[in-house]
Design a protein around this ligand. Structure first.
Ligand code: PLP
Length: 356
């Protein structure tokens, strides 16, 4: 059965990638072993890890000043790894609270006794995103979430600081161009724009890394950098699959090209919603996510009716996060434009039959 998968994550993967995985499953590069069986100490793995890393460096223009790590533990482990690795001088960090996953990061940072966490809330009623400009003295880093997966908001322009900036880019890495040099650390779980769940990309400025005493070796970025992310058994299959996605994206023309496609898809959908009498989105246009579009009808019953009807027509996983309800269409890089066209057709049909 063929469907369009609008899930927020694990999300849609490129069909070219899942086809290649099927070809490689019985015997990877004629080794006679499945890609899931190859040793992480073999040259087969070392080559695939180095190639994946280089392709990601090419796609995001990451210089050698940065380590590129492929780790386990999801974005959630990074909520703790980031402060333990980086908040070592002032023992103070500033967090912009832009939604659910920022709050999770703040909660994790607050559990560290010696760390002072300053939280910036949004104070502008015309905006959904907290902002700060200029200089904040004596902090180890400022933290923000570039794309808020649940709330459907995004920082398309990154505030300029002279301090260290740490970002959770889990839901829009490789979906729109950001300048890596604006950040000291970027992390992102793979399961949206990169590949299967189970691997987390960390891109961190090498000169920020200091020797850690009490940290688990697998959380210590310096050790993982020295060991090419293979201090212990790394997520071999996930790194392999991520590598295939990086190759696919390069073939598609890279981040700039996919960004144009993502913009076009998001514009089409938001344009329909903005002109709809049944569906609406209340995020200011400049702050709207292009990867997670959220929208609602006038009632949760009607929302559910739409979600069920769309699913029956092969447009699946359109339900919003349980905390906010409504609908959410996740338009990750692998979503074909045809899927968005079909979604808009479905919304139009629903509108016709429900008083639009
Ligand atoms: N950060 C963001 C922006 C997310 O969207 C998610 C998950 O959806 C996470 C962090 C948590 O990631 P994980 O489930 O990989 O720990």
């Amino acid at each position: 059965m063929s469907v369009y998968n609008f899930s927020a994550g694990p999300g849609v993967m490129p069909v070219e990638v899942t086809n290649q995985i099927q070809r490689d499953l019985p015997s990877y590069k004629d080794s006679g072993m499945s890609v899931m069986e190859i040793s992480h100490r073999s040259s087969l793995y070392t080559e695939l890890e180095l190639e994946a890393e280089q392709d990601l460096r090419d796609l995001m223009k990451i210089s050698d000043d940065y380590a590129v790590l492929f780790l386990q533990g999801g974005g959630t482990l990074q909520f703790t790894s980031v402060p333990l690795n980086l908040a070592t001088h002032y023992h103070k960090a500033v967090y912009l609270n832009s939604g659910y996953f920022s709050k999770k990061a703040i909660e994790a940072a607050n559990r560290i006794d010696e760390l002072t966490v300053q939280v910036i809330e949004n104070s502008d009623p015309t905006s959904k995103l907290p902002k700060i400009d200029g200089h904040i003295d004596n902090v180890d880093y400022v933290y923000l979430t570039t794309n808020n997966t649940i709330e459907g908001t995004a920082y398309h322009q990154i505030p300029k600081f002279d301090q260290s900036l740490v970002v959770d880019m889990s839901s829009n890495i490789l979906a729109e161009p950001y300048n890596v040099n604006d950040f000291d650390l970027i992390f992102a779980g793979a399961q949206k724009n990169i590949g299967p769940a189970g691997m987390t990309v960390v891109i961190v400025k090498r000169d920020k890394l200091v020797k850690q005493q009490l940290l688990s070796d697998v959380m210590d970025y310096r050790i993982e950098d020295n060991k090419h992310s293979a201090f212990n058994t790394p997520p071999v299959f996930n790194t392999y699959a991520a590598g295939l996605t990086f190759k696919w994206l390069k073939k598609m023309g890279g981040v700039e090209a996919i960004y144009q496609q993502n913009l076009e898809q998001a514009d089409m959908l938001y344009d329909f919603i903005d002109n709809s009498k049944v569906f609406n989105n209340d995020v200011p246009a400049a702050e709207r996510s292009i990867t997670n579009a959220v929208f609602k009808t006038a009632s949760s019953e009607l929302d559910q009716e739409f979600i069920n009807q769309a699913a029956a027509h092969g447009l699946v996983n359109l339900g919003g996060h349980r905390l906010v309800g409504g609908m959410r269409a996740s338009l990750y890089n692998a979503m074909p434009t045809d899927g968005v066209v079909k979604l808009i057709d479905e919304l139009k049909q629903f509108e016709v039959t429900h008083g639009g």
